[in-house]
Design a binder for this molecule. Structure first.
Ligand SMILES: NC(=O)c1ccc[n+]([C@@H]2O[C@H](COP(=O)([O-])OP(=O)(O)OC[C@H]3O[C@@H](n4cnc5c(N)ncnc54)[C@H](O)[C@@H]3O)[C@@H](O)[C@H]2O)c1
Length: 467
């Protein structure tokens, strides 16, 4: 394929060399004439293992070239990859000016182009940026999105130092688009890489890099807090974390990574507090460990606020224990939610097939006697009874029975804490605690509108001057 790449920095230079190595004809564009000259003399613009050899080899094969003219690049390619910088601004927001400058340039170039053009954003961008980018292109070119051009988000996962290796061995290839033809064509660029190609919508693709990198930062910092505690106790932190990583069922696994309700039970809150207190007693500051409980409390607040939107209706809880298949009520977040709703005067009924008050003993019984002493008067005997009696059904446990019965309930409000199933997502009467059904409108309100700079209205001044 004939590909143009906007931005010849780390990501752009690696993509240029690697795409050419895979047989494509690639033209780089940069506002920096020195980088353009480097590519045109067969030299890499960055220091990175293997890239100098790849650029020299592909230059010899006449598969790569570079220019400062965005028009030339667009007119000579069918796909443009955007790899310009997206630095942080002073107040922590992303500075998207370079991205939107490219949108303006592409808009101008498309004025002269007849054939369909695909724009692929490789830079790290916030959700909503592709839509904004496409609007700018539409406004300037007078062309229509998905008729004359399409936009795709394809975040880059490489790490500096191992960039070429990472390009050829990505953990996965992510393609976000609202245009199937464009997504299919971009997939072809990566079909020979040994990684799954995942096609999703634009906003999912756009947020992924932030989710990944924030988690990577969390992993490092969590490991360091554990390391600091272990060091104070004369324990080898590396042995601890090596063993930690061997648990592929609960630790290094998809388990627990599901947005939903707060955690609870007899172990997580108690043991978290234990480690927190240990760190405190060792005079160690462990802000990540200390903030976990706070995040959990906020999730309980979120549930209470969501349910209180229906404070004057009959509320029915399906599940009371902290997870399905147990009668353990100790530190069940649902108990805390119900306790707070009772305090607000709400009318509540509860069904949990595992809860038999006469069988509760010990600390479990003490806990519930303290929190909801009149629990027996709130309990009903079946899911059907809850549905019959109540206007709002709050699902706390992922019992198959709940999913099956609620599938056919359309005349009651369902508040889901456990993600009952994908088939609930489009229902009018359904709300999930923290997954959106239609995110677009909510986001559009927050997204500051990019203003097209006045200079772009006069394309004559829009030259590729080095910055
Ligand atoms: N560097 C990494 O390891 C890495 C990894 C993954 C993702 N990313 C993301 O990729 C993007 C690019 O990062 P980078 O490190 O390659 O940036 P970089 O600063 O090294 O390169 C950006 C290049 O874009 C050029 N440029 C700016 N405006 C331009 C325009 N209008 N037209 C053409 N070229 C223009 C600049 O002159 C520069 O050469 C960022 O969003 C970054 O967050 C970077």
């Amino acid at each position: 394929m004939r590909i143009s790449i906007f931005g010849l920095g780390y990501v752009g230079c690696v993509s240029l060399g690697c795409l050419a190595k895979n047989g494509h004809q690639v033209i780089g564009v940069d506002v920096n004439a020195t980088k353009v000259d480097q590519i045109n003399s067969g030299k890499a613009t960055i220091i990175e293992k293997d890239i100098a050899e790849i650029i020299a080899e592909q230059h010899k094969l006449n598969r790569i070239s570079a220019t400062t003219s965005f028009n030339e690049a667009i007119l000579n390619s069918e796909i443009s990859i955007v790899a310009v910088g997206t630095p942080s601004s002073k107040n922590g927001h992303l500075n998207l000016q370079y991205i939107f400058n490219v949108a303006e340039q592409i808009g101008v170039a498309l004025l002269e182009k007849e054939s369909f053009h695909i724009i692929v954003i490789r830079s790290t961008i916030m959700p909503g940026t592709c839509d904004e980018f496409a609007s700018i292109v539409e406004e300037i070119s007078g062309k229509e999105r998905n008729k004359h051009f399409a936009i795709v988000d394809n975040p880059e996962f490489l790490r500096e130092g191992t960039a070429v290796h990472d390009y050829f061995n990505p953990p996965l290839t992510l393609i976000g688009s609202d245009n199937k033809e464009a997504a299919d064509k971009v997939s072809i660029l990566y079909q020979n890489l040994p990684a799954e190609i995942i096609v999703t919508n634009l906003k999912v693709a756009e947020i992924m890099k932030y989710v990944n990198n924030t988690f990577h930062a969390l992993k490092i910092s969590f490991g360091n807090e554990i390391g600091n505690i272990c060091t104070e106790l004369n324990i080898d932190s590396h042995e601890v974390m090596n063993i930690f990583c061997k648990d592929k069922q609960l630790n290094i696994s998809p388990y627990y990574f599901k947005p939903g309700f707060a955690y609870g039970g007899s172990c997580l809150p108690k043991d978290l507090k234990g480690l927190q207190t240990l760190a405190h007693d060792l005079y160690l500051d462990t802000p990540i460990i200390n903030s976990i409980g706070k995040t959990n409390d906020l999730q309980i607040d979120r549930a209470v606020n969501l349910i209180l939107q229906h404070w004057n209706k009959k509320l029915g809880f399906l599940g009371l224990s902290f997870k399905a298949g147990t009668d353990d009520l100790r530190n069940s977040p649902a108990v805390t939610v119900i306790e707070r709703l009772i305090g607000k005067g709400c009318d509540i009924s509860i069904y949990d097939k595992n809860i038999n008050l006469s069988l509760l003993t010990g600390t479990n019984k003490e806990f519930i006697d303290q929190k909801i002493p009149h629990l027996s008067s709130l309990l009903v005997n079946s899911t059907e009874e809850i549905i019959e009696k109540c206007d709002v059904i709050i699902v706390n446990n992922k019992e198959n029975e709940f999913t099956e019965i609620l599938n056919n309930v359309n005349n009651k409000i369902i508040i889901d804490m456990v993600r009952l199933g994908e088939n609930f997502l489009g229902k009018q009467n359904y709300t999930g605690i923290n997954w959106a059904i239609d995110f677009s409108e909510a986001y559009d309100k927050q997204m500051p509108k990019h203003r097209i700079s006045s200079r772009v209205k006069s394309p004559v001044i829009l030259t590729n001057t080095p910055r």
